[in-house]
Design a protein around this ligand. Structure first.
Ligand code: 1GP
Length: 249
């Protein structure tokens, strides 16, 4: 299957990756376009679009089209099969590895796969691991969130994801989480992935609301971060976030 969008991200790995998350439940096409243009200007690498609540196809398609006007790749970040549209460039094809519900670890993927095939979407195999607060993704996905400070457990799940062939390991504290994933936890995951010479991307998100916490995540070994909530509140904050992860201040 095609892997153009993933390759484009991978190319920027050394420069560190920034993903801008748009939640369809909180956004209209006009705002989505503004956020995406701003994300492009600020140097973000792609738009992620998706969420756990309030996602329905016609609205999602409109939003994706608006985001694409920025020229950035638009990657679906679906909470369920309602998070799919053929107008995107790719989809994070996720296994919620620490869900207690088999629906999220095989069931929904089987529901989605034939639809994705028909849509011709690029799939990016992603191990999605919920840590700490977990937010709506953790609650809806019936995750058993890994305690924030248990980097050893997060590392075990990350290794499992990598060994299953995930191109992205996504450590998620949940959108709007009160605290991001601690750097110590990220470092333990990084160390474990380095041991198997993992050549995919370690992405961290949830509660990263300051340039300092963005930088800490990268210093601890993340290849990239995701910002959602802060972008909705203050679109210009993206400039500071991206500068922080690329070490230019
Ligand atoms: C959520 O990791 C993302 O899936 C982003 O979280 O909204 O807290 O930035 P925030």
């Amino acid at each position: 299957m095609k892997d153009k969008t993933f390759k484009r991200l991978l190319k920027n790995k050394d420069n560190k990756i920034h993903l801008t998350l748009i939640d369809p439940d909180k956004t209209n096409p006009e705002i989505a376009k503004k956020i995406s243009l701003n994300a492009y200007e600020a140097g973000s690498d792609a738009i992620l679009i998706g969420g756990s609540l309030g996602v329905y196809e016609p609205h999602l398609t409109e939003l994706v089209k608006s985001c694409k006007e920025s020229g950035l790749p638009v990657i679906l970040f679906p909470g369920n099969i309602n998070g799919l549209t053929s107008s995107a460039d790719a989809v994070l094809f996720m296994l919620l590895l620490n869900s207690d519900d088999p629906y999220y670890v095989g069931g929904v993927q089987a529901q989605a796969a034939p639809i994705i095939l028909r849509m011709g979407l690029e799939t990016i195999p992603t191990a999605y691991i919920i840590i700490g607060h977990g937010g709506a993704a953790g609650y809806i996905g019936k995750a058993r969130p890994i305690p924030y400070e248990r980097g050893d457990i997060a590392a075990a799940y990350s290794l499992a994801g990598a060994m299953l062939g995930a191109k992205i390991i996504y450590l998620e504290a949940g959108s709007g989480a009160p605290y991001p994933i601690p750097p110590q936890t990220i470092s333990l995951v990084r160390r474990a992935l380095d041991q198997i010479e993992y050549d995919g991307l370690l992405i961290v998100g949830g509660g990263i609301n300051s340039p300092e916490s963005a930088k800490e995540a990268i210093k601890a070994g993340a290849d990239g971060i995701v910002n959602g909530t802060i972008v909705e509140k203050d679109p210009l904050s993206l400039y500071h976030m991206i500068r922080a992860i690329r070490n230019s201040y």
